[in-house]
Design a protein around this ligand. Structure first.
Ligand SMILES: Cc1ncc(COP(=O)(O)O)c(C=O)c1O
Length: 429
């Protein structure tokens, strides 16, 4: 079988689209058009934009009086930070056993009256959101449905993000509708808070500007992930990415403290933090509109890739996480696990073949002392590995990648250095 060199992520927005969107992408009516598109898509007429998914979550929380937020112990740490910025107390729930999501069973004991339930569909795999919403209704809780990594996914035919009292969608660069950053909030239940209150709820002052630096980086990313360039230039240079901060003496920003926030120690948002200070620009709206125009095709390809991975791993010891009734159309990444094996050893063996397996969030969100209460989140943080899903990945390549992963899991000896490669080329979730 021939080698397949695969970047971990290729943007859904190509070079042509990035440049073409500059024409007409400066008109304010693009924001209006995007709002209309979201209204049609979600069937909800209360749509608001925010600088990012994390900022959207912080804004919703700031607009709500409830002081406590229930969220899974395993998800992206930017969300935890958003909750801390909003000065709410966090109550963590575990994931379902051998799952990537917290389900209604896990939320059950923590869903006390007056709490906010923050419910993500991790990696785009839907959780049982309708049951969680029923539970919330019975107990007097508010649900923020975090559909950031699940754009376009459905549960029993209904779009994810439209179940909770609020739905959050993201246009961050590694997501399915990449427009550098930005987010949409929908208010499904205006009885909880109205859109004007939400609009007035600001974390820090924000403004709008054409995201030129981000455009240049996206163009560079597109060039660097062109298959030939990727194999011959990007790949050999990638080790430099890890070396550069060491050589320059630059220290990576520390992960936020994992203590629960109190009003005294809530993190501050810096003016340079564009995730909170840059409102979405009409150019970004134009990019998202173009992607929406061909979203069905993107989604169809993601579904084919998902089927290819799921078929390849069936009857192998490699664990997959898709429930039987899962709509594959909203998946961001394909999570797998090598049960009973040391992930670090598998990842190292893969690297020897040139296969870079992506690992995310290698520790859960709660403090170390609280981890005994969330064993499944600990397991997920130790075990999970992500495979790429983007519409420019061909099914044949995904099949070859899956076969390579199976060989690595089996410990099949390396025959040739020309191996299959899957590399992280950006932030993902
Ligand atoms: C589940 C989830 N929610 C929210 C966010 C934050 O979204 P954004 O990157 O748009 O700030 C992420 C980030 O990856 C995420 O994975």
């Amino acid at each position: 079988m021939s080698a397949a060199v695969v970047p971990f992520n290729r943007l859904e927005t190509g070079i042509g689209e990035l440049l073409a969107s500059l024409v007409g992408g400066r008109r304010d009516d693009r924001l209006h058009a995007l709002r209309m598109a979201f209204e049609r898509l979600t069937g909800c007429d209360q749509v608001l934009f925010a600088p990012s998914g994390q900022c959207a979550i912080a804004r919703i929380l700031l607009a709500l009086p409830q002081p406590e937020v229930v969220m899974p112990a395993f998800m992206c740490f930017q969300v935890k930070r958003a909750v801390e910025i909003a000065r709410k107390r966090i109550i963590y729930v575990d994931l379902a056993k051998h799952g990537v999501n917290a389900t209604s069973a896990e939320y059950d004991s923590a869903a006390k009256p007056g709490r906010i339930l923050l419910v993500p569909h991790v990696f785009g795999i839907p959780t049982d959101i309708e049951r969680i919403c029923e539970l919330a209704k019975r107990r007097g809780c508010v649900v923020i449905e975090d559909a950031v990594p699940a754009f376009g996914g459905r549960r029993n035919g209904r779009l994810l993000g439209t179940f909770g009292d609020f739905g959050v969608f993201s246009f961050q660069q590694s997501k399915r509708l990449p427009a550098f950053r930005g987010a949409a909030i929908i208010v499904n239940n205006p009885g909880v808070t109205d859109i004007a209150t939400l609009d007035a709820s600001r974390v820090v002052p924000s403004h709008r500007a054409l995201p030129l630096r981000e455009l240049l980086m996206a163009l560079a990313h597109n060039v660097a992930t062109i298959p030939w360039i990727y194999r011959n230039l990007t790949l050999p240079l990638l080790p430099l990415r890890e070396l550069l901060p060491k050589l320059s003496g630059r220290r990576l920003p520390p992960r936020p403290d994992s203590r629960p926030a109190t009003s005294e120690d809530a993190p501050q948002v810096r003016a340079s933090n564009r995730e909170y200070t840059r409102e979405i620009h009409p150019y970004q709206a134009e990019l998202v509109l173009r992607l929406l125009g061909r979203f069905e095709r993107i989604q169809a390809q993601i579904a084919c890739l998902t089927t290819a991975y799921a078929t390849a791993f069936r009857d192998t010891p490699i664990a997959t996480f898709l429930p039987a009734d899962c709509d594959p159309g909203g998946l961001m990444r394909f999570p797998i696990a090598f049960r009973g094996k040391d992930r670090a050893a598998v990842v190292a063996a893969a690297r020897q073949r040139g296969v870079y397996l992506k690992v995310m969030w290698n520790r859960p969100l709660p403090d170390a002392v609280d981890l005994s209460r969330v064993p499944n989140a600990v397991q997920a943080a130790q075990d999970l590995v992500l495979l790429p899903l983007y519409s420019r990945l061909s099914v044949q390549t995904a099949e070859r990648l899956a076969q390579s992963v199976i060989e690595i899991e089996r410990g099949v000896p390396l025959k040739s250095r020309a191996a299959e490669t899957c590399l992280d080329s950006g932030r993902a979730a």
